[in-house]
Design a binder for this molecule. Structure first.
Ligand code: TXA
Ligand code: MG
Length: 313
């Protein structure tokens, strides 16, 4: 399959209308989109990404009207979050409408809904004239793509089109919140922090898996965000280095030891923005071990530490 590269949202939308799959930028990471009501197109997403079929997809909408096509009801908590945040790096899980095919939700009766904030994403969604399901546009298991070049590296020849935008602003995937009950549960942390959510609905909590309970967010059990290099987490100043390996460092404070590749980030936001791109750069330069400075688990720091811990598993 030839993968068309374009900067035109209208050209990219034509592929969706013909039943194709298209990668596009959002403010979090690049997504791989298909028409939410087109089962054949959705099947192509799972194939192109080599995604396990028990991992549900997030539906992306251009406006509030489109949410009604996807869900059975908007719960009071969800309504508050929509009013406070949308468009935003925030996905709300609600009971799905009958019409949404089960392949989109991996057989769950719920669907995650998000309205991206990125301008090109919004133009593209509007031109598609339908909500799109879109997982991150990487091969399963690899770091999520924050540039169109990263999408190209993983999916060239496997998808119809890449809508070329800029490097994504946030760099980590959206916050996913289960809004089906009175207590909103954060299934995946992201740029909209627990503290942000609690200002709107004070009962909001981080979801903790209870023993013997089915996992609420199947995606969380799969291996994620891993570069080829080994990822090691380090508290600032506590370097225990392996000998004779090519090594890289990413963090907020310049390390004292020598590294083959170093990225010092100006802030936690910059660290989040840069980390997946840095992982891919390390792989290109055959780095064997990547040392990542740990940070405080508040605000977006919680989401960043979550991704670093998964990459280090
Ligand atoms: O920022 C993002 O969310 C990006 C961009 C493209 O929007 N998308 C993304 O999709 O990260 P993906 O497929 O890589 O991650 C979706 C996550 C998975 O952990 C999945 O298990 C969870 O959301 N999820 C999706 N639908 C769900 C549902 N109905 N119930 C519980 N978890 C769900
Ligand atoms: Mg993903």
């Amino acid at each position: 399959m030839k993968t068309v590269l374009t900067e035109s949202p209208a050209t990219a939308a034509e592929f969706i209308k013909k039943g194709g799959i298209v990668a596009f930028p959002t403010e979090t990471v690049y997504g791989l989109g298909a028409n939410v009501f087109d089962e054949k197109a959705i099947a192509k997403i799972f194939e192109a990404k080599r995604r396990p079929n028990d991992n549900p997809l997030i539906a992306h909408v251009a406006d509030l009207e489109q949410i009604k096509l996807l869900v059975r009801e908007i719960t009071p908590a969800a309504r508050k979050f929509i009013e406070a945040f949308f468009p935003a790096p925030l996905t709300l899980v609600l009971k799905k409408a009958e019409k949404v095919p089960l392949i989109a939700t991996a057989n769950l009766e719920t669907i995650g809904v998000r309205m991206p904030k990125n301008k090109l994403a919004r133009e593209f969604l509007k031109a598609c004239e339908t909500p799109l399901v879109a997982p991150s546009a990487n091969l399963s298991g690899k770091p999520s793509p924050t540039t169109w070049q990263a999408v190209f590296e993983d999916l060239n020849g496997r998808i119809d089109c890449i809508l070329q935008g800029e490097m994504t602003e946030i760099g980590l995937e959206s916050t996913v919140v289960d809004c089906t009950s009175d207590v909103p549960l954060v299934l995946r942390s992201g740029a909209i922090s627990l503290e942000d959510l609690q200002k709107i609905v004070p009962e909001s909590q981080i979801y903790k898996i209870k023993k013997d309970e089915a996992v609420k967010s199947p995606g969380l059990k799969h291996k994620h965000y891993a570069p080829k290099a080994k990822v090691v987490l380090m508290e600032n100043g506590k370097w225990k280095m392996e000998n004779g390996k090519t090594k890289a460092f990413i963090g907020l404070n310049a390390p004292e030891a020598d590294f083959d590749l170093i990225k010092i980030c100006a802030s936690v936001e910059d660290y989040a923005h840069s980390v997946f791109d840095f992982f891919r750069q390390c792989d290109h330069e055959n780095i064997e071990t990547i040392y990542c400075e740990t940070i405080e688990e508040t605000g977006i720091g919680l989401a960043l530490m979550d991704r670093l811990k998964r990459a280090a598993q």
